[in-house]
Design a protein around this ligand. Sequence first.
Ligand SMILES: C[S@@+](CC[C@H](N)C(=O)[O-])C[C@H]1O[C@@H](n2cnc3c(N)ncnc32)[C@H](O)[C@@H]1O
Length: 185
Amino acid sequence: MAFVIEHMDGPLYEWSFIEYKHAASAIGREELWVTNLSRRGVERISPFASAYTKKAHQLLDINTLCVLDIDAEETLTPARASRFTHFVFGGIMGDNPRKHRTSSLIPGAKRFNLGKSQFTTDTAVMVAYLIKKGVKLGEMHFAYELEVNVEEGLSLTLPYHFLVIKGKPFVSPELIRHIINSHSF
Ligand SMILES: C[S@@+](CC[C@H](N)C(=O)[O-])C[C@H]1O[C@@H](n2cnc3c(N)ncnc32)[C@H](O)[C@@H]1O
């Protein structure tokens, strides 16, 4: 079984790199694959996940996998997840309004949504991982957006849904530091 992030953004931006690392630390190194990377991307990702230059459809039988796509008609449930061994996500930075780029990921594969709100890629991996473990979407808690305090009197709002675990948003502390350090006003 594996949770597969197909990198789709060209350069491996620091934001994506941090999200992929966070997903791996949450679900375990053995269960996270990152595909469609450059050779340099493979070098960077390999210490914490299985990393490939190939695309997911070149590594896997299409019948064993499903794609997680907000635009899919059906929602992933524990019963539906039990039919698949591999769960494929778009390694795409969130956009608002959305450009629906996940629709180009493995045409012909079975697809499910995780609800109709956009998650960051690492959050989507964690939500699907919990569903595969038997937790229903309705049993999880979410925050509708995340406010990052950049400095006194200045904050940024990330317009994505975040999973809340034990009262804390599921977000990498390294990503918060990256956002604070890379914004100049
Ligand atoms: C940050 S999202 C980018 C989605 C992109 N804006 C689009 O419209 O296709 C990155 C990935 O997380 C997964 N994802 C995020 N929210 C999801 C949801 N509600 N249902 C299913 N997959 C989701 C998808 O695999 C998606 O490609």
